[in-house]
Design a protein around this ligand. Structure first.
Ligand SMILES: [Zn+2]
Length: 470
């Protein structure tokens, strides 16, 4: 006999205690609590979810929820991922790593799953290989395939660029040339950009398991974007120089630093900051960031580098290259439309492999697996007055959560099938019927969802009195 048929009293008892808005009259009489008749130990009780922690725990306990947007199944959160990271799971030979991760394979987004399946396939023949080696093996072919889809887009952009006013035209054509060098891995000279290096390093520190080290590297990296250093539009004051010196050598005696009276130009400061990051990452064997520093040093010295094409920095540079061009100029929109149609590492296997072919197994695993982490989504964003409470929370994968940011939910849903929303809400309703959510909370959740997305959810199967099933 299933436990739910013998335990209705317990359930309504729980509900009465937790939801003061519901009155006894709302309940069918056979559900009126009768705690004298039955008493149970607390571990059998289902407490309606009211906290982020409880919501995430329930998600993992039930074997996942489907993302409300893209419908990927999420069975692990950041905490679980961090335990894998701390166990150095991803640096293990792929045989061991695949064995432990296999049960989460179904959680991966399409292109990440394709890559994992390839790693799985290789692990049967060569279980001792490492994740970064497998990616490297695939990279020659991937790079060729990726170029095939990038080239026509760049050709179209070059045609558009030729119609631009002279200054923008030169900027965009230079940018396209730089991008081609990067895509083809041809050494070329590039200007140093503190902002770009900072962006890249911060992406890498996310994969570092030691939070202290990550913090130390980020505090150094931040120095690269101090406006006086980065834009060089303001004078570099003594105060700025002191801040940099103190961050680089936190243990140096302050008076010793204070007594230094040397004129530090931006290039010298940049070199010192990069040098400090390099030393830190060399000592801790973080080759991804270390290699980035080597490249940054070459840029600072005017030596040629290989570089690596990145969609995100391309779009960023394109904005800069179009400065001064009216917002209404149709060429702007057309250029961005092309730029945004470039294959990305989240939707194209070849782009993922090409992006990661020289990176550490930790970083590869981070980018493969964290997009499927379960996160709490604020249906109505906080900055628009969305409250921080269960009725405004939903579960979405990290990729969707990060992609949506503060954008309008209805607008964001245009990228997905509407039935994905129904699938997610069916799971919430199913859990509500089991007592994991207060009935009223779910009604309010659905109300906010409808207001935000404009999508109506079928919720007739939501029972006003939950049944018990655990
Ligand atoms: Zn998603």
């Amino acid at each position: 006999m299933r436990i739910q048929s013998i335990l209705p009293q317990l359930h309504s008892n729980r509900n009465m205690q937790s939801n003061h808005n519901l009155t006894l009259q709302n309940y069918p009489t056979n559900f009126i609590p009768n705690s004298d008749k039955v008493s149970f130990s607390s571990k059998h009780r289902i407490i309606p979810i009211k906290t982020v922690k409880a919501f995430k725990e329930r998600a993992i306990q039930r074997g996942g929820y489907h993302c409300m947007y893209c419908s990927v199944l999420m069975k692990y959160d950041e905490a679980l991922f961090n335990t894998w990271k701390n166990d150095n799971l991803f640096s293990l030979p792929i045989g061991a790593f695949v064995k432990r991760f296999r049960k989460y394979k179904e959680c991966l987004h399409t292109s990440e799953r394709e890559i994992f399946e390839y790693v799985e396939y290789i692990s049967r023949k060569n279980p001792q290989a490492k994740l970064d080696t497998v990616i490297k093996i695939m990279s020659t072919k991937a790079n060729k395939e990726l170029l095939k889809s990038q080239e026509p887009i760049f050709n179209k952009m070059a045609v558009l660029a030729n119609k631009l006013p002279e200054e923008n035209k030169t900027n965009v054509l230079n940018l396209i040339a730089k991008s081609r060098y990067r895509m083809l891995r041809i050494p070329h000279e590039e200007e140093f950009s503190g902002k770009e290096i900072r962006y890249k390093i911060e992406n890498f520190t996310k994969a570092i398991s030691d939070p202290k080290l990550a913090k130390r590297i980020n505090s150094l990296t931040e120095l690269l974007t101090i406006p006086a250093i980065y834009k060089q539009t303001e004078p570099i004051t003594d105060k700025i120089v002191l801040r940099i010196l103190k961050t680089i050598s936190p243990n140096a005696k302050t008076n010793k630093i204070n007594n230094i009276k040397i004129n530090y130009p931006a290039k010298r400061l940049n070199t010192m900051i990069i040098q400090a990051i390099k030393t830190e990452t060399k000592n801790h064997k973080k080759k991804d960031i270390y290699n980035l520093c080597l490249e940054a040093e070459k840029q600072l010295n005017g030596e040629p580098i290989m570089g690596k094409f990145s969609n995100r920095s391309f779009v960023y540079d394109l904005k800069e290259a179009l400065l001064g061009l009216e917002d209404t100029n149709p060429l702007r929109a057309e250029l961005f439309k092309q730029a945004n149609s470039l294959p990305t590492s989240s939707d194209n296997v070849y782009a993922f492999i090409t992006k990661h072919d020289q990176l550490s197994p930790e970083k590869i695993a981070y980018d493969l697996f964290t997009p499927s982490e379960l996160t709490i989504e604020h249906q109505k964003p906080s900055f628009l007055g969305g409250i921080d409470s269960i009725i405004n929370w939903a579960i979405a994968c990290k990729r969707c959560n990060n992609t949506r940011q503060h954008s309008d939910m209805g607008e964001f849903y245009k990228m997905f099938k509407k039935c994905n929303a129904q699938k997610y809400w069916n799971e919430i309703i199913e859990d509500a019927n089991k007592g994991y959510f207060d009935f009223e909370d779910v009604v309010n959740m659905l109300k906010i969802f409808k207001d935000e997305s404009g999508i109506k959810i079928k919720s007739k199967h939501l029972k006003c009195r939950p049944s018990y099933s655990e």
